[in-house]
Write a protein of this length. Sequence first.
Lengths: 297, 86
Amino acid sequence: MTFPDPVTIATPAFIVLVLIEMLAVRFGAKGDYDWRDSFTSLTMGFGSTLAAVVFGATIVATYAAVGRHHLLTIPITWWSGILCFVVDDLLYYAFHRSAHRVRWFWASHVIHHSSQHYNLTTALRQTWTGFWSLSFAFRLPLLLVGFDVRLVLFVAGINLIYQFWVHTEAVRRLPFGLEYVLNTPSHHRVHHGSNPRYLDRNYAGVFIVWDRLFGTFEAERDDEPVRYGLVHNIATFNPLLTATHEWVAIARDLRAARTWRGRWMAVAGPPGWSESGTPTTADAIRADWHTRTAPAE
Amino acid sequence: MIFVSVLGIVTLVLFARAIGFARNPVLDPDAARLIAEAQLPGFAAVDAAVDDGGRGARVQGRDGRTARVVGHGDRWVVRVDPEPWA
């Protein structure tokens, strides 16, 4: 059985939807664009597809090699497809949470959060260095359990496509209780927020239930608009600098570290950890914010 | 394929610019204070001075820090300025 590449099929639709969103915003829908920001986002997306071409064969070969040590033999059928999709989404949650909590992983993922805008081009602002951050490794359990590598790659593509459309301000909230089950534009707006209340929340890919289960869910509040971007926003539209700025910062912090703990934390600690100065980790910022605002709430 | 992708990017970017997503807003002191407070955790602004034709500002913090607000497209980037306020 062969599977199509869902992302290749969906790419023309991505472009059409970006055009529709631009026009909708121009005619009054909620949202915003900046042509320079869109240039960076789209170029990052293009670069990430080139990176996938360069490293894709290595990743697939790794998946195939690991898959040879599978515990079970799971057939490719409708129920295994659904099961694989759900478990893959759980593993995506683990990957995504790690990508925000471990600086080595964050160095790649930060690119996706480096825009101060939130629109459909932001969805395409993807890393060029995910291979070095070992993001592909988070799917290895699926292969070890016994899911076919073709099925794993297919559901990964579907997961990625789902996450495209949640990057919009034009959709407020979904009806029929879907907000309880699915990752939605509202939930993902929170994820892209740098407000202390919203930092490091809503890691879900497709199913928001993982955040509800593991205590990382935060609902979007109408009285607190999301401030998109990073705690320390970058001041460049240059795609190369955007792709590498956190790696450069890691190298700088490694060079400046005075202890082995400092060196370890510069690589594997949470983003914002500091050996000498005031930490600006998400936890520290939230704790400080709670201290300052608790009596008012 | 590469040529088509590059053409697609250029088309979308130029389209965005053509329909008006190309603002370069300018600051006033009140806006500079709010932006600095929003982007620097724990920063409380007490004074601000706009420069660079409204595309930048220096903001004095209650804790002695000075924030530098710089235009970045239609948004702003804030850094702690190593230069003291006055």
